[in-house]
Design a binder for this molecule. Structure first.
Ligand code: PRE
Length: 365
């Protein structure tokens, strides 16, 4: 044998033996998770058992990122553990996750990034349908988009919280890369029409005006639907992401055409229960104030006084009357924290209505 062959054979023997150890350890971990499920069921006989623990998952993934010795990148190591935990949770209870579909959307990519690939993901046609599926108990959790770094808030999602009893259980951010996609048959043809979702057109406006000026742009209900049409109609293209391209066998005419290279969408995980503190959390509330001078100051002043950082404030028209407003506020901390408790009590005194939408771990992945 040559030196190369000898050395490769040695290294591959080492890899085989390490793989065996990894497998034994993953199996031991999975058996532990099964036992955790037994303990949870025994402690809550006849009740709804919450097998998925977002705060615990966030703590596990944070520790992995902190203690990762390399050479794998922290994100890569966390992704591997994300999948191990996903498989362990599926052993405890297979999770049904509703998401804004159809399959191949960025929301599905966000759902899989957050929960891993061992969940059953259920596509639904609209944001309110995702809420209803979780409210009725048909799905354990739901995933909906809430804001994009280029285009701003997704108002439909914010407005759903005014009437829904659901809680926010988590958040996940996804870098959004859009491509100009065509079917292999259309690759050498003239493109006369481009399909996409209205948000994606907005995120690629400058690129389209510069590189495909004058071509008809047709808005459809999702990027995946755009990809489906481009796959079926010769001479058309779609703006969509990698998942949709793969699903419909499309090729890239142009790669990463979003106007801002940091284009990111934030998604919320919605569920029926409150999440305990993970040590690095965020909270969301909806507040309506009396329409009087200084109302906004009165609302924000307690946050300053108690040293709580706001991460977002949005104004939405109130369903209760013309020119009345509801504020949607995200801030750092958990409702179990002393300072947050004080802020919320001060805000509650001044507000017409205060609705706590949930405290949840700040996205780890
Ligand atoms: O710690 C638990 O409660 C578990 O169920 C175990 C485990 C894990 O695999 O680490 C699995 C699912 C939960 O979402 C969190 C953690």
């Amino acid at each position: 044998m040559t030196d190369e062959k000898t050395r490769l054979a040695e290294l591959r023997d080492q890899i085989d033996s390490i793989d065996q150890q990894i497998m034994d350890l993953i199996s031991a971990r999975a058996a532990c998770a099964q036992e955790v499920a037994n303990v949870k069921m025994a402690a809550n006989p006849g009740q709804d058992v919450f097998f998925y623990r977002p705060e615990r998952e966030a703590q596990v993934l944070r520790r992995i990122k902190e203690q990762n010795p390399g050479p794998l990148a922290d994100e890569e190591m966390a992704r591997l553990f994300r999948e191990i935990m996903s498989a362990c949770l599926a052993l405890e209870k297979p999770m049904h996750i509703a998401f804004l579909g159809p399959i191949g959307t960025f929301t599905q990519a966000a759902a899989l990034k957050h929960f891993g690939h061992s969940v059953i993901s259920v596509p639904l046609p609209a944001i309110d349908a995702v809420f209803r599926e979780v409210e009725s108990g048909a799905a354990h959790y739901g995933v909906v988009p809430v804001e994009n770094s280029t285009e701003g808030m997704i108002n439909h999602t914010l407005d759903m919280f005014m009437s829904s009893p659901l809680k926010i259980c988590g958040e996940v951010q996804l870098r959004i890369h859009h491509h100009l996609l065509v079917s292999p048959e259309s690759k050498d043809q003239e493109i006369t029409r481009i399909y996409s979702h209205q948000q994606s057109f907005a995120q690629c406006r400058q690129w389209l005006d510069t590189h495909r000026y004058g071509i008809e742009r047709v808005t459809v209900s999702s990027n995946a639907e755009a990809a489906r049409r481009a796959a079926e109609e010769p001479g058309t293209a779609a703006i969509a992401g990698d998942m949709a391209a793969e699903l419909y066998g499309l090729e890239k005419l142009a790669n990463c055409i979003e106007d801002r290279p940091d284009n990111t969408t934030r998604f919320l995980i919605i569920g029926r229960e409150e999440v305990s503190a993970s040590g690095h959390d965020k909270s969301s509330i909806l507040v309506s104030m009396r329409n009087k001078p200084g109302a906004l100051y009165q609302l924000l002043e307690p946050f300053h006084r108690h040293g709580i950082s706001l991460t977002r404030i949005e104004t939405r028209p109130s369903p209760s009357g013309t020119w009345a407003y509801v504020f949607y506020i995200d801030f750092e901390g958990h409702v179990e924290d002393e300072q947050v408790r004080k802020v919320l009590s001060d805000v509650d005194e001044e507000a017409v209505e205060l609705k706590k939408l949930g405290s949840y771990p700040i996205g780890v992945l």
